[in-house]
Design a protein around this ligand. Structure first.
Ligand SMILES: [Fe+2]
Ligand SMILES: [Fe+2]
Length: 327
């Protein structure tokens, strides 16, 4: 699972991607060659308006440039900046075609996770969070009814917001207070990334119409700002809201699966992006995709309810958390 990975491993791997032994040599060479060339050009520009003695030096510089080894011709130059792209391959040797995620971002979802867990709202804040989410479900049900492909796609545009907002605010707090994050920044940003991959997957199954795209813009504008303010006031409340949103997501995906099993929705082959991201078999279907996405939502549910329970996200625990009331 994404958030269970070592916090620094992704950073190290990303750095490795950009600065792998072969690419770092090439990049460094390119950069140094480029710097040398640029300084020659600048120097020569000044020399053209200067004295004869400088002109003699220019001749020397030109000779030096003429005898300098030519730039390597076999390097791959993909941009003006001369940064080569690293070609990656799958385990079977075929080329990795995704730039939005890399092989080390892939994983196998824990499909055995308990889907029935529910945090019983006990405090006033819990109840407000619970009923806020329940009331949001009413317009969602009316708008989408049983169009679960479309519903999943639209809801993922919302689900990817809390992790990014929480991660960003904890990041800023860590900077302000000169404090460690306790791993929460990475966990929340990974959650946001995981939700965004859900969206990238469902986009392959259901294409949004123009008014759905307009609705996403409107909802994002409202939800981002509301969640941002909510998180500033009470991270405990914000994580509880997300925990309940995830419980609703599990319910929606369970209904989606029922319709797939009953044949009301065609069980089409899984999108290629899903097969690579969740390491699914080549003959996986939409049902397999919905199953692993639902497992991800269950994981997000547990992470967010836990974050709400401990209350001190990003800081050392200063008191024993209240007993967690699950059934
Ligand atoms: Fe999701
Ligand atoms: Fe989720």
């Amino acid at each position: 699972m994404n958030s269970s990975r070592m916090a620094g491993s992704l950073l190290v791997r990303n750095l490795t991607h950009h600065l792998s032994p072969s690419s770092s040599t090439t990049t460094a060479t390119t950069f140094l060659n480029g710097a040398a060339t640029r300084s020659s050009v600048v120097w020569m520009r000044f020399a053209s308006t200067s004295t004869a003695s400088v002109a003699r030096e220019e001749t020397g510089a030109q000779k030096e440039a003429a005898t300098a080894p030519p730039p390597p011709s076999n390097k791959e130059v993909s941009t003006y900046w001369g940064i080569p792209t690293t070609k990656l391959v799958r385990e079977d040797g075929t080329e990795w075609k995704w730039s939005c995620f890399r092989p080390w971002d892939t994983y196998k979802a824990d499909v055995n996770i308990d889907l029935t867990k529910h945090h019983v709202p006990s405090t006033f804040l819990d109840k407000v969070a619970y009923w806020t989410v329940k009331s949001l479900r009413v317009p969602t049900d009316i708008f989408f009814q049983r169009r679960y492909g479309c519903r999943a796609m639209m809801l993922e545009t919302v689900a990817a917001v809390p992790g990014m907002v929480g991660g960003m605010l904890l990041h800023l707090r860590s900077l302000r207070r000169f404090e460690h994050s306790g791993g929460w920044i990475r966990a929340l940003l990974e959650e946001a990334e995981n939700e965004r991959m859900h969206l990238m997957t469902f986009m392959e199954v259901s294409k949004p119409r123009w008014y759905e795209r307009a609705l996403v813009i409107l909802v994002q504008g409202v939800f981002f700002n509301a969640y941002f303010l909510g998180y500033l006031i009470s991270p405990k409340f914000a994580h509880r809201v997300t925990g309940y949103l995830e419980e609703e997501a599990i319910h929606s995906y369970t209904e989606f699966l029922k319709d797939l099993e009953d044949g009301k929705i065609e069980n089409v082959p899984a999108p290629a992006i899903a097969i690579d991201y969740w390491r699914l078999p080549a003959n996986a279907t939409l049902k397999d995709v919905v199953t692993v996405v639902r497992a991800d939502e269950a994981h997000h549910r547990d992470v967010n309810h836990f974050a709400s329970d401990i209350h001190y996200q990003g800081m050392e625990l200063q008191k024993t958390p209240a007993p967690i009331n699950y059934h």
